[in-house]
Design a binder for this molecule. Structure first.
Ligand code: ASP
Length: 609
């Protein structure tokens, strides 16, 4: 037997017991004839006291950091108790110990505040995983997994595995492909998600399916993406959108409760995509704070009525690009009217950075005494300044920020600025969780390069029933690229929904098309010929002929959910063996070349450019 107890469980109630522990040497401290060793395992750290006699052995075989040892001894009361350690009241008076394995000097310290940089820790991930921080993350990940499974099991979902070696499933990324030795010249694709399989399972009658499953997407890795990641993937039959929303907000709430002991009792707010875009400038708003966008130009979305909407020439001021702006947006930042010149200059520089891309920023300071001070005082009389501030919903003491420019860019910039101000003011509190459903996404997105429509979610998402006619009766062809927004397809809404948590999209799904005709129409709208449809999705179209029930589903980004619940911005540290930003596993050094024999077997010749 290697051990009788773990390094995390002994307390003063164990005093006088003889125990055996095994673990890694965290530190060795020698005081004259005695030595203290902190012994660590997954469960904690226990102090070993090696007395005079054994010390001689130690002199011959010195212990180093990360040596694996086994020690037997008596649990004793410590003279110097450490209230910060769960085992801090006791120590083990070692009677004998064995070095089970030596360790090279680790390349970084295995402590909470390690001295190892990112790259080094990625290379020695197996050492990094010994650290408390990562260990906690792995435990949290497992807790989220367990909570999700428990909930879904209770609700009669069944976990069914789906294959990895498949044909392309379109989720908007490139496929990773795997050559087939037995079928030379042919390739499998790794699933971007189990989308088509879960729909086929509905046709098979498994009306509540789930899987905690790997998905593979070959896309340029923005800061916090991984080429392989995990989803909690779910599908249900005989349901409507509301059933899905209810079921899965239930799941997330139960995860909150199990993992963080948070009682999220209030209903989850629901908002249309259109409203999200105009109220927050983004389809995944952080609703932990207000600071909503006021549209100073389009009354439909403005706090203003039509008569008082601002004419575009009102903003023909240099700081906002000289006028004629398509969109003018404002936010009122609470309590910032006393910002100094330096602070406002910094904000202006911030919005001018290429990532934000605005020409300038207009300020109105709403002073405590009811007066206003603005960077555009000389262009407008005080009543107009006041009405702009009112339109932005500003109160005394607020600072109004105004941006103008092209619609999409201005909305995005204002959303970024709002989040930045929220962060500066401490409104994005780490321990506050706010869920939101965003509904009614557009069904199509315009692809400029191909001058065609692409599915915003994926091609299996159904249009809103009221929009089906429009889809069926109009030619998808876009005659005039500049006016694509006027094409009826631009306004077709989908039965699609996203779940947003603190400004992050944590899940998304849709009610699916389940009739062959409509699915064919959808494929055609995306520019797929009959032959192509048959080649790529013949199996699904075929299945729809054999009694496909109405169905829909959702998938949650498991890694991100864990990261948010763990109070972190990055998903990497919640994945045991992640890839770096160039999609490399630096520990394995993968991807890597394969040898000639393998290539020959696959009948593949490289033609590297
Ligand atoms: N397959 C979709 C995705 O991965 C989710 C869904 O529609 O259920 O985003």
């Amino acid at each position: 037997m290697y051990r009788t107890h773990t390094c995390g469980e002994l307390r003063s109630t164990h005093i006088q017991q003889t125990v055996t522990l095994a673990g890694w040497v965290q530190t060795v401290r020698k005081f004259g004839a005695i030595t203290f060793v902190d012994l660590r395992d997954r469960y904690g750290i226990t102090q070993l006291l090696i007395g005079e006699e054994l010390n001689i052995l130690l002199d011959q075989n010195p212990l180093g950091r990360e040596f694996v040892i086994q020690a037997t001894g008596m649990v004793s009361e410590r003279s110097n108790k450490n209230p910060n350690m769960p085992t801090g009241d006791i120590e083990i008076a070692v009677q004998n110990f064995t070095i089970l394995n030596k360790s090279a000097v680790p390349p970084f310290t295995i402590q909470d505040d390690t001295d190892g940089g990112d790259d080094l820790r990625m290379k020695y991930r197996y050492l990094d995983l010994r650290r408390n921080t990562l260990k906690k993350n792995m435990e949290l990940r497992y807790a989220v997994n367990r909570a999700a499974r428990n909930y879904l099991h209770q609700k009669q979902f069944i976990d069914i595995e789906t294959p990895f070696l498949i044909k392309s499933t379109p989720e908007g990324a490139r496929d990773f492909v795997v050559p087939s030795r037995m079928n030379p010249g042919e390739f499998y694709a790794l699933p971007q998600s189990p989308q088509t399989f879960k729909q086929l399972l509905m046709v098979s009658g498994y009306d509540r399916y789930y899987q905690v499953v790997k998905c593979f997407r070959d896309e340029d890795l923005r800061a916090d993406r991984q080429p392989e990641f995990t989803q909690i993937d779910c599908e249900m039959a005989f349901i409507q959108q509301d059933d899905i929303l209810e079921m899965f907000e239930g799941m997330i709430k139960s995860i909150f409760k199990e993992v963080r002991n948070i009682d999220y009792t209030e209903p989850v707010e629901r908002m249309s995509w259109e409203d999200a875009m105009w109220t927050y400038g983004i389809d995944k708003p952080d609703i932990r704070f207000g600071m909503k966008l006021a549209n100073l130009k389009f009354p439909a979305h403005a706090f203003l009525n039509k008569e008082s909407a601002f004419k575009e020439d009102m903003f023909s001021i240099p700081a906002l690009g000289g006028g004629g702006a398509e969109t003018i947006l404002a936010i009122a930042v609470p309590g910032c009217s006393e910002y100094s010149r330096k602070q406002t200059d910094e904000l202006t520089e911030w919005v001018k950075r290429p990532q934000i891309g605005m020409k300038g920023l207009v300020f109105i300071k709403c002073n405590a005494d009811g007066t206003y001070k603005s960077t555009v005082d000389k262009f407008y009389n005080p009543e107009i300044i006041k009405s702009i501030a009112d339109a932005a919903g500003a109160e005394k003491g607020d600072l109004v920020l105004i941006l103008a420019g092209a619609e999409e860019r201005t909305r995005k910039a204002m959303s970024d600025l709002r989040l930045e101000m929220g962060k500066k003011l401490g409104l994005r509190k780490e321990n506050e969780f706010k869920l939101l459903w965003v509904l009614d996404f557009p069904l199509f997105e315009y692809d400029e390069e191909g001058n065609r429509w692409v599915a915003r979610h994926h091609p299996f998402t159904s249009p809103k029933p009221s929009d089906i006619e429009t889809m069926i009766n109009h030619d998808p062809q876009i005659a005039n690229a500049a006016e694509y927004l006027k094409h009826p397809y631009a306004n077709i809404k989908a039965n699609a929904y996203d779940m947003v948590l603190n400004g992050n999209e944590i899940g998304g799904g849709s009610i699916r098309i389940f009739q062959r005709d409509l699915q064919e129409k959808m494929f055609a709208a995306l520019g797929m010929s009959k032959e192509e449809q048959q080649h790529k999705f013949g199996f699904l179209l075929g299945a729809f002929e054999y009694g496909a029930p109405p169905h829909g589903g959702i998938a949650f980004g498991f890694d991100r959910l864990c990261a948010i619940l763990g109070g972190s911005e990055g998903i990497r540290d919640f994945i045991a063996f992640p890839k770096n930003n160039s999609g490399r596993d630096v520990m394995l050094d993968a991807p890597s070349s394969i040898d000639e024999t393998q290539l020959k077997e696959l009948q593949i010749k490289l033609n590297l450019q």
